[in-house]
Design a protein around this ligand. Structure first.
Ligand code: CA
Length: 359
């Protein structure tokens, strides 16, 4: 056999071996563009999209490339649903509650006032009916959703003046993420939906009296402590705020089964990583904020009680007027009721003991 035919035979054997082996990458190289609602400076939440992209790229051996784009590069911060729905981009990473103007049911995908905490929401999505119900809802927007990170319970935000009771909420111009503004409106406040990258200037200029964002680590980066000293807790509207990856339905359905599995696994990786970053980084940031003169204060119970009452009334109204809301919310609330029944025993008791113990 001459050299030429050895090469030729090896080539045939190689092709036969490849045909017999399971298809690792059934598709040709593809490229997706993912638009984020969050500025690059926020390594926690913008970072979750980077984790997703890096994981897909690595799992596919570089054949499935996802590029992440900051707000404004391709799509405005709050334009993610429209862009994914229309196929302008294949994917997005956003907080569903930004889109409550389209349908209040979007809010349940992130957080609703006095809703579930991070652990409970993840349980509802991964092992309860959450994923199934939200997938049904998103289908009308050509979106396939995957949980894409959680912040954990958020802070109640930065206020130029102290909040002593419900009267101090009246007339308050406050930046707040999405849907919770409906409850604040009922309490007499004037909520504003402003993207993360634009809040500082509004607070500095006094266009707003207060803002909330997430928690110590992100809030410190956005610099709010320089222009408002009173930092309240808890963010009763975000007991655990989840972000989502939105995938255009047609783009998703065109993927092979192995690429679909990579998308699912990469989203789970991003989901876990984001919560871990917040839990690991918030403690040191809180200490730095206090060292810089921030006053950390509990929201008065009568403010919480008024917010709770207004929230429950709002939910009753939405359940009566919006069938989408009613379907998803009733399952969500039943799940939360049982989850709280369980969490109040071991989780809450253990946490409260340990948090008062000296380590
Ligand atoms: Ca928030």
């Amino acid at each position: 056999m001459d050299r030429r035919s050895v090469i030729k035979h090896a080539g045939v054997a190689g092709i036969l071996a490849a045909a017999a082996a399971p298809a690792v990458h059934a598709q040709a190289s593809i490229r997706w563009r993912l638009t984020s609602s969050f500025p690059k400076s926020l390594d926690t939440i913008h970072g979750a999209a980077e984790v997703f992209a890096k994981t897909v790229n690595a799992m596919s051996g570089g054949k499935f490339q996802v590029t992440v784009h900051a707000p404004g590069e391709l799509v405005p911060a709050f334009g993610v649903v429209d862009a994914v729905q229309q196929g302008t981009v294949e994917a997005g990473h956003t907080a569903p509650y930004y889109y409550f103007g389209k349908d209040d049911t979007f809010a349940i995908g992130t957080a609703i006032p006095f809703g579930m905490n991070s652990r409970q929401l993840t349980a509802w999505f991964y092992d309860g009916n959450g994923m199934k119900l939200m997938r049904e809802f998103y289908d009308q927007y050509n979106i396939v959703n995957f949980p894409g990170g959680n912040t954990g319970a958020q802070m109640g935000g930065w206020y130029r003046k102290e909040i002593k009771g419900p009267a101090d909420i009246k007339g308050l111009k406050m930046r707040i993420g999405g849907f919770a503004g409906k409850v604040l409106t009922r309490m007499g406040a004037v909520p504003q939906n402003i993207p993360g990258g634009e809040i500082y200037q509004a607070l500095e200029k006094g266009t707003i009296d207060a803002t909330e964002w997430v928690g110590p680590y992100d809030d410190e980066k956005l610099g709010f402590y320089k222009v408002a000293k009173n930092y309240y807790y808890p963010g009763w509207w975000e007991g655990g705020a989840q972000l989502d990856f939105y995938i255009n339905k047609k783009a998703y359905n065109e993927l092979s089964a192995d690429y679909k599995a990579m998308v699912e696994a990469a989203a789970s990786q991003a989901h876990v990583t984001m919560q871990a970053m917040y839990d690991a980084r918030n403690p040191a940031a809180l200490k730095r904020l206090v060292a810089n003169g921030t006053k950390v204060l509990a929201l008065p119970k009568n403010v919480m009680d008024e917010a709770f009452k207004q929230s429950m009334e709002l939910y009753d109204e939405l359940s009566a007027s919006n069938p989408n809301w009613k379907k998803v919310y009733s399952d969500y609330r039943n799940f939360q009721r049982d989850a709280n029944l369980w969490f109040r025993f071991t989780e809450a008791r253990f946490d409260s003991y340990m948090q008062s113990a000296k380590l």
